[in-house]
Design a protein around this ligand. Structure first.
Ligand SMILES: *Cc1c(COP(=O)(O)O)cnc(C)c1O
Length: 391
C-alpha cells in the first residue's frame, strides 16, 4: 500500500468528517512510528492523548493478549475480574468510591450527566436539572455532550439540542454566580480546557466553584477525559486543585490505545445508579480493562514525577524561543501560541520534518506519550523549535 492508494480509498469509502494530515502510520514503538515509505516520525500527539504508554508497549500487549486468549467479552450480566480490578485501582488511587465503564469520553460524560440529574431528582424532585458548563469547553460529540460543550459554533445543524444547559465564563465567578439558580443540579468543568486551546482554570476560581457546590448541594462534575491518567503530572488533575469531586469522567489515556471511558462516583453519588438505570454492552470489556490495568500499574509516583520533569523540560525549551508568545497547560498537556504563524501551519511543517504534533484552536498542542524517552523528546523538540522559528 502507498499513501496515495490509501487516500483514494479513504475518500471514497470513509465518511469525510475529518480533515486528515498527509500521514498513514504503518507501525510504531513507544514515541516513534513509521509510515508506508519507511519515513520515521517522533510522536508528540499520542493519538490525542490515547497512547499514554506510546505505541505497542510490551507489557500492555501481553496483558491484553493474555486476556483476549481467555475471553475478550462476557457482558455486564456477569462478574468480570479485569473490570473489577480497574474499578478497585481507580477508587483506591483517587479516593472516589465507585466506577462505571463506558467506551469513550462522550459516553462517560453522558453517564455523568445522567447520574447528576438522577441524584438531584432523587433528592429534590422535578425541575432541578440544569447543568452549568463553561464557555469554550469541550465535552463530546453526542447530541447531549455537544449541548454541554460551550462553543456557540458547534450548536448548529443538529437541532433540537438537549435542554437544561447554561454556560458561564471560565475564571469569572460573578458570571457563574448569575448562571447558577434554584434549577441548577451540577457544574461541569475541564480543569484544563483541552480542545479549547489548552487553557487551565485558575485555582482561585476552581476553589470558588467547589465552595458554591458544597454550600448549595450542587454536584461538581470534572471532565478528565483529556487531563486524566497521568497526563497533567498527577494521576488526575483534580488532585492538583485540592478537589473532592462528586463525579469524574475519564477516557482517552486510560486504555493505552483501546476504547474505554469511565465515570467515577464520589461519596454523595456512589449509589445513584441501581439495576436498570444505565447500561453499556461493551462497557467494562475484559480485554480493554486488562489494557487499562496495565496502564494504571505503570503509573506509580516515580512515573508521574518523570511526567512532570519532561513537561517542565518542554516548557523551558519553548519559552526560550522568540516566536513563542505563551506556553500553557499542565504536565505533558501543553499549548503553544505563536506570534507569527498558526498551529495548523506549524503542524504541517512539523510533519514534513518528521514530528507529529496536534493543534487546539490557534495553538500547537503537545500530548507526547507519557513514556517518551529523553532522546526522542530532545529530537522532537529540536524539530519543533526549528519549525517555530521558521515563520
Ligand atoms: C476528547 C474529549 C471528549 C470526548 O471524548 P470521545 O472519546 O471523543 O467521545 C470529552 N471531553 C474532553 C475534555 C475531551 O478532551
Amino acid at each position: 500500500m502507498t499513501l496515495d492508494e490509501l487516500k483514494k480509498d479513504d475518500q471514497t469509502y470513509v465518511s469525510g468528517a475529518y480533515a486528515r494530515f498527509d500521514l498513514a502510520i504503518r507501525e510504531g514503538k513507544n514515541a516513534v512510528c513509521w509510515d508506508y515509505d519507511g519515513k520515521r516520525y517522533v510522536d508528540f500527539g499520542s493519538g490525542i492523548g490515547v497512547n499514554s504508554l506510546g505505541f505497542a508497549d510490551d507489557k500492555w500487549i501481553m496483558a491484553v493478549a493474555e486476556q483476549a486468549k481467555r475471553f475478550a467479552h462476557c457482558s455486564n450480566l456477569y462478574y468480570s475480574e479485569p473490570c473489577i480490578r480497574v474499578a478497585k485501582t481507580l477508587c483506591e488511587r483517587t479516593g472516589m468510591k465507585k466506577a462505571f465503564f463506558q467506551n469513550s469520553g462522550a459516553e462517560a460524560n453522558e453517564a455523568m450527566i445522567k447520574a447528576a440529574r438522577k441524584y438531584s431528582h432523587d433528592h429534590y424532585g422535578d425541575g432541578r436539572h440544569e447543568i452549568v458548563s463553561l464557555v469554550n469547553s469541550f465535552h463530546g460529540r453526542t447530541v447531549t455532550t455537544l449541548t454541554a460543550t460551550g462553543q456557540e459554533g458547534m450548536h448548529k445543524d443538529f437541532a433540537p439540542f438537549t435542554g437544561g444547559f447554561v454556560y458561564a465564563k471560565a475564571n469569572d465567578a460573578a458570571d457563574l454566580g448569575e448562571k447558577v439558580s434554584e434549577k441548577t443540579c451540577a457544574i461541569l468543568v475541564e480543569l484544563v480546557q483541552g480542545e479549547g486551546g489548552v487553557v487551565p482554570l485558575d485555582l482561585v476560581f476552581v476553589d470558588q466553584v467547589a465552595k458554591l457546590c458544597e454550600k448549595e448541594d450542587i454536584l461538581l462534575l470534572i471532565d478528565e477525559v483529556q487531563t486524566g491518567v497521568g497526563r497533567t503530572g498527577s494521576l488526575y488533575a483534580f488532585e492538583q486543585f485540592g478537589l473532592s469531586p462528586d463525579l469524574v469522567s475519564t477516557a482517552k489515556g486510560l486504555g493505552g490505545g483501546l476504547p474505554i471511558g469511565a465515570v467515577l462516583f464520589g461519596e454523595k453519588t456512589k449509589d445513584v445508579f441501581g439495576p436498570g438505570d444505565h447500561g453499556s454492552t461493551f462497557g467494562g470489556n475484559a480485554a480493554v480493562c486488562a489494557g487499562a490495568a496495565a496502564v494504571l500499574e505503570r503509573m506509580d509516583e516515580a512515573f508521574l514525577k518523570d511526567v512532570r520533569r519532561k513537561g517542565e523540560r518542554i516548557r523551558e525549551k519553548l519559552m526560550g524561543l522568540s516566536n513563542v508568545e505563551t506556553v500553557s497547560g499542565l504536565g505533558m498537556m501543553l499549548g503553544v501560541s505563536l506570534k507569527k504563524g498558526t498551529g495548523k501551519e506549524a503542524a504541517v511543517r512539523c510533519l514534513e520534518r518528521g514530528l507529529i504534533v496536534l493543534t487546539a484552536k490557534e495553538r500547537i498542542r503537545l500530548l507526547p506519550p507519557l513514556t517518551i524517552g529523553d532522546a526522542e523528546l530532545e529530537e522532537g523538540l529540536s524539530i519543533l523549535c526549528s519549525v517555530i522559528e521558521s515563520f
